[in-house]
Ligand binder design. Structure first.
Ligand SMILES: *[C@@H]1O[C@H](CO)[C@@H](O)[C@H](O)[C@H]1NC(C)=O
Ligand SMILES: *[C@@H]1O[C@H](CO)[C@@H](O)[C@H](O)[C@H]1NC(C)=O
Ligand SMILES: *[C@@H]1O[C@H](CO)[C@@H](O)[C@H](O)[C@H]1NC(C)=O
Ligand SMILES: *[C@@H]1O[C@H](CO)[C@@H](O)[C@H](O)[C@H]1NC(C)=O
Ligand SMILES: *[C@@H]1O[C@H](CO)[C@@H](O)[C@H](O)[C@H]1NC(C)=O
Length: 769
């Protein structure tokens, strides 16, 4: 502590004694400006150097981007002295150092019950007039999922975007009435690296040399690919969710990550180009930053203000609490779950016992039923790190490797390099029973923690342990039950606003088949020479574009719904029971998931088309919410962009829980605390007169009262309000956990409008467990 203090004093000393800023290293900053009235009219920004005093004008700030729609201001290379000066300038609302994020790394339409014979697909015309902006690693356009025939109509007239051409991306060849936009944003990335992009390693163009962006874009809006599959796995017709929607690819992610300055520039252009939905499978890997420092939250706010739906991944940092990112209430935050398709590969031990795992291994099968087996911990590297396995020990054996640390496919490659012939990848406590199928280079399968422990016990118990792995291909069915929430899927409570439940919904994100780049292998390992048209990968990155595609369909079918109404429809119609009729399970524990894990539940696109009622919200509501979480008007000004004029004492919500959100997260400060939230629902059913009655499933230890408990609507579009009170029941014996859960459903006999309820008990009142 003392040393750290001394060190910061030293830095301060060095900085204050350097007279000029010329010798300082420059960094990228995002500068949010207050538009003065005249500038708002002309939409021109004051030049940056004009804001600096003459002593700080050298080196001249290097301008990277100008933001006008999703944010208002600049990205520029500045010295820290220049940045410090600008921070206190009256025209500057906020200045943030640029930060880097990472991508949150088909059968799914039928699992989602989408069908041409009824429901959302026919009623949305497959979202033909809708444009999905995919902000990701770019696009590999030469894939069947991006092809369109002559029947594909011209892009909607609102479209103002374009495809840019470079040496490696020929727009007139690659773009079409399907892929209508392709751009790249690299200025922040290049500034951070300090040199231009190395074209021998990646492409300075919209071209996807990584694979992730091609996968997410084809999931959201790929056309039909009749003969898709990954080797012999998952064969059949693959199609994106919004088959006819147009795709605009904005490449923002590069080899070392995705920079805020580039993301914000792409969001800005997606708005001005005329996109309807932004799909962003990228985010922080640690805890979510404060909203006013979170460029994705700021950019999303600007996009929502212009009527776009912003759908983001919740992150892959589960199963710990508070791990969800992209958690601003105006963002649609998506967690990952399984589908009813599996790729089983069984481990059969020398003693005859067998355990089911999963695998996408596509090479020759193992020949022998009794291959020698060894635990990697006994060969120098429990995690199977390349170069650390003792090849004398693993040679010609099946190696049991623990999950965690390095990439799962890299473990198989380490085994192969050390002369091993197969791998059993065993989960540990962190990943529990969550099984992810990977396209391993050696015959390999992944087993859950329980099976892994038994296999290790068997190895210890005999002198010559043996095993084999049997690959069973693709199996669709109800065992194991689906959906189940992935252990990696990031969870609530909301780290920045515990009264806003996050994630919002879950969607398919485990073992998802979609298009892939031709520029790298399905494992992204350099030693893997394979090139594939389709790949099967997992992550909340994969669940986000499913929901982006559904949002595009909804926007098309219900053009007058706001982004909040679309979000409400998805949440209140989501389901919570799996295909065996039980509450959706959490793969981290094997037990029932909670609303902090599954949000409002699994999306149900056809039901979302006709939710009955919606909980609507607009920009003013979000500003009132930001006031209520204690943000100063100067911090809120990066959202409102009007200087420091938000009078929070006039507009703040009485409590953040009063935001008209389609879910309830109640923080009780004592065992007998009483909290009342206000809600307004709008009738979007087809018949004007409708009577809804409330049914509550009360969380343990809480008495829930709804007033009124009956809402009588007489017209379509009518809004009615209710109050819901959560009263703690003073009996500490009831509550053995820090949370309890329930739900409220408004029903008119035709529609069930369901919101989850999560109650957080104060730690001091939670009994010893
Ligand atoms: C780009 O594609 C168009 C259409 O396929 C073709 O006519 C043109 O020659 C290509 N340009 C280059 C530079 O390859
Ligand atoms: C199985 O045996 C065949 C023929 O002996 C051999 O070519 C193949 O590589 C073996 N498979 C594996 C996975 O070792
Ligand atoms: C590898 O294992 C063998 C056999 O147990 C042992 O003799 C050798 O020293 C080990 N090598 C290393 C580098 O640890
Ligand atoms: C802010 O609102 C409060 C409450 O409505 C009011 O009393 C106060 O005068 C307002 N302040 C300003 C600067 O307008
Ligand atoms: C609404 O929920 C009730 C109670 O769970 C159920 O019986 C009914 O079938 C549901 N109705 C619809 C339309 O989903």
């Amino acid at each position: 502590m003392a040393i750290q203090y001394l060190f910061s004093l030293l830095i301060l000393y060095l900085v204050t004694t350097s007279a000029s800023s010329e010798s300082e290293t420059r960094y990228t900053y995002i500068i949010h400006l207050a538009p003065s009235l005249s500038q708002t009219r002309t939409r021109s920004h004051p030049p940056l150097h004009s804001l600096l005093p003459s002593r700080l004008r050298h080196p001249s700030p290097r301008h990277l981007y100008t933001y006008t729609l999703s944010a208002y201001g600049y990205a520029a290379l500045l010295t820290p002295s220049q940045a410090r000066y600008l921070e206190s300038h009256r025209s500057v609302l906020s200045i943030q150092p640029d930060q880097v994020h990472h991508p949150h790394t088909t059968h799914t339409p039928s699992f989602l019950k989408l069908s041409l014979s009824g429901g959302l697909w026919p009623q949305s015309n497959l979202a033909e007039e809708t444009i999905v902006a995919v902000l990701d690693t770019g696009i590999w356009p030469e894939r069947p999922c991006f092809a369109c025939d002559d029947s594909f109509p011209l892009p909607p007239s609102k479209w103002k975007g374009e495809c840019v051409s470079t040496g490696s991306f020929n727009a007139s060849q690659f773009c079409s009435n399907k892929l209508i936009g392709a751009k790249f944003f690299a200025k922040g990335y290049e500034a951070a690296m300090g040199h231009p992009i190395d074209e021998s390693r990646e492409s300075r163009s919209p071209l996807d040399t990584e694979g992730h962006g091609t996968h997410t874009a084809s999931t959201a809006a790929g056309t039909i690919s009749p003969d898709a599959g990954f080797y012999e796995y998952a064969h059949g017709e693959a199609r994106g969710i919004a088959t006819q929607a147009r795709i605009a690819a904005y490449k923002i992610c590069w080899l070392s990550g995705c920079y805020d300055s580039d993301i914000l520039a792409a969001m800005d252009e997606a708005v001005s180009d005329g996109a309807d939905v932004i799909s962003l499978s990228v985010g922080s890997s640690g805890y979510a930053p404060q909203f006013f420092r979170d460029s994705i939250a700021i950019g999303a706010f600007g996009a929502v203000r212009h009527g776009l739906v912003v759908s983001c991944s919740a992150g892959n940092s589960g199963p710990g609490r508070y791990t969800a990112v992209n958690i601003a209430p105006w963002i649609l935050t998506v967690g990952a779950s399984t589908v009813d398709r599996d790729f089983p590969a069984d481990v059969i031990l020398g003693d005859g016992t067998s355990y089911t795992g999963v695998s996408l291994y596509a090479g020759n099968p193992l020949n022998s039923t009794e291959l020698p087996l060894v635990y990697a911990a006994d060969a120098g590297s429990r995690l199977c790190i390349t170069g650390y396995l003792n090849s004398t020990i693993v040679k010609e054996k099946i190696v049991v490797c623990d999950r965690g640390g390095n990439a799962r496919v890299a473990k198989g490659s380490a085994v192969k390099q050390a002369g091993g012939i197969g791998m059993i990848l065993a989960n540990t406590e962190e990943s529990g029973e969550e099984l992810i199928a990977d396209s391993h280079l050696v015959p390999a399968t992944m087993v859950g923690e329980t099976a892994g422990d038994k296999i290790k016990k068997y190895i210890k118990s005999v002198t010559s342990p043996t095993a084999t792995i049997v690959f069973r291909g693709t199996v669709i069915g109800s065992s194991p039950s689906a959906p189940r929430v992935a252990a990696f899927s990031s969870r609530g409570p909301n780290f920045r606003a515990p009264e806003i439940l996050k994630p919002d919904v879950i969607a398919p994100g485990v073992n998802i088949l979609a298009g892939w780049t031709g520029a790298s292998s399905p494992t992204d390992l350099d030693i893997d020479p394979r090139r594939v048209e389709f790949n099967i990968i997992s992550g909340t990155s994969m669940s986000c574009p499913h929901v982006s595609g559904i949002a595009a369909l909804l926007k098309s079918a219900r053009p007058d719904w706001s982004p909040a109404a679309i979000k409400s429809a998805l949440m209140t119609t989501a389901y919570n029971l799996d295909n065996s009729g039980e509450i959706i399970k959490d793969l981290a524990t094997g037990e029932e998931s909670t609303p902090f894990v599954r949000g409002a539940g699994h999306v149900d696109p056809n039901k979302a088309l006709d939710p009955g009622l919606v909980y609507d919200s607009g920009i003013e509501d979000y500003i009132a919410f930001l006031c209520s979480i204690g943000y100063a008007s100067s911090q809120i000004s990066v959202f409102t962009r009007d200087g420091s004029t938000t009078n929070c004492s006039a507009v703040a919500l009485a409590t953040p829980g009063n935001l008209n959100y389609p879910a309830f997260s109640v923080v009780l400060s004592s065992y007998t605390d009483v909290v009342t939230y206000h809600r307004t629902v709008t009738n979007v059913g087809s018949s004007g007169s409708a009577v809804y009655e409330a049914t509550v499933s009360s969380p343990d230890g809480v008495k829930v009262t709804v007033v009124p408990s009956k809402l009588e609507f007489s017209t379509v579009g009518e809004s009615l309000s209710y109050e819901i009170t959560f009263a703690g029941i003073a009996d500490p014996v009831i509550i053995t956990e820090s949370n309890s859960f329930g739900s409220i459903t408004w029903s008119d006999g035709i529609h069930n409008v369901t919101s989850p309820i999560a109650v957080s008990w104060p730690k001091s009142f939670v009994s010893s467990m």
